[in-house]
Design a protein around this ligand. Structure first.
Ligand SMILES: Cc1cc2nc3c(=O)[nH]c(=O)nc-3n(C[C@H](O)[C@H](O)[C@H](O)COP(=O)(O)OP(=O)(O)OC[C@H]3O[C@@H](n4cnc5c(N)ncnc54)[C@H](O)[C@@H]3O)c2cc1C
Length: 446
């Protein structure tokens, strides 16, 4: 058996060139073996080798990557401790905004455009509800940034003020002179359904979805072609040529040095009872609204699915000094606190005064994983080049996940940072000493 395992690892390594690119996909059969434990006692375990292991395979990024890799012919193991569509990470709650006039920076626009096209294709192919075009309003704080991105890409938008918005969309009660950018093209995505579709397609293309919690991983040698091994809480061990760590808010448990860079933050959204005619998908665009960029910013959705109400969330991550201590994703407070409701009602009062005292129908708690500059981190591990670090999406990453999934597949297939296309689109998200916090993070590996 030891000889079979050694042969398996050898075939695995020989399939990667010096850049870590796949030179041919390995199609080795699962190997079952009797492996020793640290205590010296033997346990019956399954040792299986793959081209790629996707850690977090039922999350937004992991499921997209698993699908594209499997579709490209890779032998993929997607491991997740939860099932697709679960409510314990960062990708639940029924809806996510997709907007093209991106106030966070024009570097995102191509990713968003391509993601939207991919979702539309998936929607047409599967017949599932994955996207609804409602239009998008950038109200107040995000108006300037959204306008700049729209101008840079020639996106069709209308520059309006609160009074005009309130007339056109009677659910809104925005302060009358507040600037508003209206873009017809965006709308809402259905995160659980998109993840489920990605998982289904990954499996259809031969990926293995494995339920388990990864407790640790290690390189099997030096250099990008050396492969990795991951261990789970049930004592299983799997090997692969490359590993994608797309663990969302749990990234620090798997890459402890990332603690200084990736800070999970508790986020609360709630649904309020509102009249149907003014708050449905035809009459009420999704929105981001704030009085100042360094103050609380609100975002929300028309009635869609269940709970059937106006959904509103409040984000504080732009506020200087507001960063709370990092949330622990394993013991996150899931109850609604009075302070949570106070902030959400403050948003209703400012932008939807008619709904300010509406009945609260339900709430949901989720997590952002914030970086110091609010931008993503998508790159190879600084030391273990066969490992890709993904996510830390600072609360705005769902909309790009379909496209980024295909670019991760590109990186795995082509080695290093992938083809020119992948490099062009992902360059802003590479580890880079010029970005706040990155120097310290990279130093931690010296
Ligand atoms: C309230 C809220 C509102 C948001 N609104 C928007 C929006 O409108 N538009 C937008 O684009 N983005 C939005 N975002 C951000 C977006 O949803 C996230 O950036 C994105 O979903 C993160 O995806 P992910 O794959 O990194 O994490 P996740 O989808 O959480 O996936 C991580 C996965 O890793 C698994 N995992 C972790 N550790 C382990 C382990 N040790 N072993 C096995 N499995 C493991 C988890 O179970 C999970 O399935 C919002 C986020 C929140 C919280």
């Amino acid at each position: 058996m030891a000889a079979r395992l050694a042969a398996c690892f050898k075939s695995l390594r020989s399939s990667y060139n010096a850049e870590g690119a796949v030179s041919r996909w390995v199609c080795s059969q699962p190997v079952r073996g009797f492996m020793g434990t640290a205590t010296g006692k033997g346990v019956l375990e399954k040792a299986t080798s793959y081209d790629v292991i996707v850690l977090g395979g039922c999350g937004a990024y992991g499921s997209a990557a698993a699908y594209h890799l499997a579709a490209a012919g890779a032998k993929v193991l997607a491991i997740d401790m939860h099932a697709p569509g679960h409510p314990w990470g960062s990708s639940h709650g029924g809806t996510r905004i997709i907007r093209l006039a991106y106030f966070e920076g024009p570097e995102y626009v191509t990713l968003v455009r391509r993601s939207l096209n991919m979702v539309l294709d998936l929607q047409a192919d599967t017949g599932k509800d994955l996207f609804a075009q409602t239009g998008v309003l950038d109200i107040g704080a995000t108006y300037q940034g959204a306008r700049a991105a729209a101008a840079a890409f020639g996106l069709e938008c209308e520059e309006l003020c609160g009074a005009e918005i309130n007339r056109r969309f009677p659910g809104y009660g925005v302060p009358e002179d507040m600037p508003v950018l209206y873009q017809k093209e965006g709308g809402l995505l259905c995160p659980e359904a998109i993840i489920q579709v990605h998982c289904d397609l990954a499996v259809r293309h031969g990926a293995v979805l494995h339920r388990g919690r990864v407790t640790s991983w290690r390189s099997l040698g030096h250099g990008p072609a050396s492969g990795v091994e991951v261990m789970t809480n049930t004592g299983e061990s799997f090997t692969a040529g490359q590993l994608i760590i797309s663990a969302g808010a749990w990234i620090n448990q798997l890459v402890p040095q990332a603690k200084m860079l990736c800070v999970p933050e508790r986020q609360v959204v709630a649904w309020f009872q509102v009249p149907d005619d003014m708050f449905n998908k035809e009459s009420f665009p999704v929105f981001i609204a704030g009085e100042r960029l360094d103050g609380p910013c609100y975002y929300g959705f028309p009635k869609h699915g269940k709970p059937c109400g106006l959904k509103i969330g409040c984000t504080h991550q732009f506020e200087p000094g507001r960063q709370k201590s990092a949330a622990d994703p394993d013991v996150l407070g899931r109850d609604l606190q009075p302070e949570d409701e106070m902030w959400l009602r403050h948003g209703l009062k400012t932008f939807f005064p008619a709904a300010a005292s509406s009945q609260l129908l339900a709430h949901s708690v989720c997590m952002y994983t914030n970086t110091p500059d609010g931008h993503f981190i998508i790159d190879r591990h600084p030391v273990h080049q066969q490992v890709l670090l993904v996510s830390a999406c600072s609360g705005h990453g769902f909309k790009m996940s379909p496209r980024v999934g295909s670019l991760l597949s590109d990186m795995v297939q082509n080695g290093a940072r992938g083809t020119d296309e992948a490099r062009d689109e992902l360059r802003p998200f590479w580890l880079n000493v010029e970005r706040p916090g990155h120097h310290k993070f990279l130093q931690a590996f010296r």
